[in-house]
Design a binder for this molecule. Structure first.
Ligand code: GTP
Ligand code: MN
Ligand code: MN
Ligand code: MN
Ligand code: MN
Ligand code: MN
Length: 213
């Protein structure tokens, strides 16, 4: 529950229900009210290589250290009159300085939406693949974002490899505290991007769960 353990830092994914396309259509027709909505996005690039000649590296995904000390994706709450996609693009401009003339997200990049009943909050999640070069340029640009140093305390790369002990690397990253259900969004995004096989992901989740229990 919200009042104990990880739930207090928002990362109890059991509290979030996955919404279907019909649910979303219904919400859209109702003008997205009465729930509060938020949109967050994962930008990534894929690159198969060996890190230090040792570990299979799949690429990189972008997350951020938030003002509240938890990890999350760039994004935020919908303003009055906005649609989720407009909200996402505005927030990504504010938080990471995304150049919307080149890299605006589109509606069909939404891969999931979740409802948190207790908070009356609907969370929309988007996924965008870019080239490695584009990713590096976006990263550099984040230092000039309007919200840099305020809401966004630093953009980070998620390690997408596992080291020899089966824990360090991606599984250890999962042991962090995350905002909302950002941890399960990360897992969902990496699976949707086919950066992990089902088997690799299950192994990583088991290693992280064994560590925190
Ligand atoms: P303000 O401008 O200060 O209101 O912040 P914001 O609009 O940027 O909102 P924020 O990014 O904090 O997102 C709003 C809510 O969504 C948070 O209170 C969390 O519950 C949740 N949240 C934050 N980050 C993430 C994320 O990466 N994924 C998901 N699913 N939820 C998140
Ligand atoms: Mn060193
Ligand atoms: Mn935000
Ligand atoms: Mn914001
Ligand atoms: Mn905001
Ligand atoms: Mn704000």
């Amino acid at each position: 529950s919200e009042s104990e353990g990880y739930g207090r830092l928002g990362d109890n994914s059991d509290d979030y229900t996955l919404l279907t396309h019909q649910d979303i259509d219904k919400l859209a027709r109702a003008g997205y009210k009465p729930h509060q909505h938020a949109s967050h996005g994962m930008i990534f690039f894929r690159k198969q290589n060996k890190l230090w000649d040792l570990y299979e590296q799949k690429g990189f995904a972008m997350m951020q250290m938030r003002f509240d000390g938890t990890l999350g994706f760039p994004g935020g709450l919908m303003d009055e009159g906005e649609a989720p996609i407009q909200c996402l693009n505005r927030e990504l401009h504010e938080e990471i300085g995304l150049d919307l003339t080149k890299h605006a997200f589109s509606d069909d990049e939404r891969i999931a939406s979740y409802l948190h009943e207790g908070k009356n909050l609907v969370l929309h999640f988007y996924l965008k693949e870019v080239s490695a070069e584009e990713f590096f340029a976006l990263e550099t640009n984040t230092l000039h974002a309007p919200e840099y140093g305020i809401e966004t305390l630093g953009i980070i790369r998620v390690p997408l490899f596992t080291m020899g002990d089966g824990l360090r690397g991606f599984p250890a990253f999962l042991t962090n505290h995350f905002a909302g259900n950002a941890r399960s969004e990360l897992i969902t995004g990496l699976m949707a991007a086919k950066l992990f096989t089902q088997e690799d992901m299950e192994k990583a989740i088991k290693a992280y769960k064994d560590f925190i229990k």
